[in-house]
Design a protein around this ligand. Structure first.
Ligand SMILES: Nc1ncnc2c1ncn2[C@@H]1O[C@H](COP(=O)(O)OP(=O)(O)OP(=O)(O)O)[C@@H](O)[C@H]1O
Length: 338
């Protein structure tokens, strides 16, 4: 494991806790996707992992040793790419060479710049001497990534790296990050809403909600208005369908998680069963998931998307494909309160 976090609490000023993580491990050379609604703490966690901000309590073990007192040294091994990158007011070449020159330990800077430009899909002959203002938004983001890859970082932290770039650039950014993990053993951690990152590229997924780690990604967050009716919790969707769950044991329910493992799909309406939800939805996406080698199926139900994993053979047997209507079943007990 590269990071081992225990009992970490972080808040900005006198505000509420923005991170409250009992335990989280991030393995070396993997691609970890961070997922969660806006404000759930993804960017804050990236900043903590890069030691750019401090936390109030808890501990982080980095590479087997406590991080306390080593923050400066760790910061040199970690590099951080934001959603919108800024380049120095110089050529592409100078932007990438800058960090290498600061380090002073790279014998062939020219070659390293060429390699990293090629890695992000930019032809060095065409791009190296271009000034920054002759680049598109997607190219700026790729040059910024190339500048980080050139450093061969131990850890590459990416915060919504493909949110504001064209589709081709987004694909190249993803591929470059994956190749850094595979070729140089870089540990990649990416905060994103992009399902392709999360389920095609990631080897691990961490789900955050209100600063806490609530699962490993394929859980479904059923936010919104739940009401208590006849001893059950009920959540109505805009299409008139409703989902039932047992009441939480204690405390006020915030949001509900439905683990994808509890969801089954049928083409024909299955028979009703005791304390079992049966709802209808449309398949909107199917993604081969690298980490598990199964297929993640996303089904739209009212204003929600519910995800479930299936074996490819089972998908073929049921002849499922995007746009097909299906029935989903899950027991009332499959809904967990967080
Ligand atoms: N500099 C700051 N000062 C005060 N509060 C902050 C600061 N940055 C973030 N927060 C708060 O910390 C919480 C977590 O925010 P964070 O940006 O980490 O979430 P996020 O999951 O990255 O959200 P998004 O997907 O919108 O980027 C939020 O409640 C946010 O308002």
């Amino acid at each position: 494991m590269l990071y081992e976090i225990r009992d970490l609490k972080q808040r900005y000023g006198k505000g509420p806790l923005s991170l409250d993580i009992a335990e989280l491990s991030i393995r070396s050379s993997g691609i970890t996707g961070l997922v969660g609604p806006n404000g759930s703490g993804k960017s804050t966690l990236l900043k903590v992992l890069s030691f750019l901000i401090t936390y109030q309590s808890g501990s982080i073990i980095f590479d087997g040793l406590p991080s306390e007192g080593r923050e400066g040294a760790i910061r040199r091994e970690v590099t951080y790419l934001l959603q919108d990158s800024y380049l120095l007011n110089r050529s592409v070449y100078e932007n990438i060479a800058y960090g290498l020159k600061l380090r002073g330990d790279v014998p062939d800077i020219k070659e390293r710049v060429r390699e990293s430009l090629t890695q992000v899909g930019l032809d060095p002959e065409k791009f190296a001497q271009r000034p920054w203002y002759q680049l598109s938004g997607g190219e700026v983001q790729r040059v910024a990534l190339a500048a980080r890859l050139a450093l061969r970082p131990r850890v590459l932290l990416l915060d919504e790296p493909t949110a504001n770039v064209d589709e081709a650039s987004a694909q190249l950014v993803m591929e470059a990050a994956v190749s850094a993990a595979n070729e140089y053993g870089t540990t990649v951690i990416v905060a994103t809403h992009d399902l392709a990152w999360l389920y095609e590229m990631s080897t691990d997924v961490v789900s955050l909600y209100r600063g806490r780690v609530v699962g490993s990604g394929a859980e479904n967050l059923l936010q919104g208005k739940w009401r208590l009716t006849g001893g059950y919790m009920v959540r109505e969707f805009i299409d008139g369908q409703a989902v039932f769950a047992y009441q939480p044991q204690s405390g006020r329910p915030n949001a509900a998680m439905l683990n994808s493992a509890g969801v089954r799909l049928f083409v024909e309406r299955p028979d009703a069963a005791h304390d079992m939800n049966i709802i209808r939805g449309r398949i909107v996406q199917m993604t081969l998931e690298r980490a598990t080698d199964s297929v993640l199926v996303s089904i739209e139900v009212g204003e929600n998307v519910i995800k479930t994993r299936m074996e490819a053979a089972e998908l073929n047997r049921l002849e499922l494909c995007p746009s097909k209507m299906v029935y989903l079943t899950f027991s009332y007990a499959a809904v967990r309160w967080i």
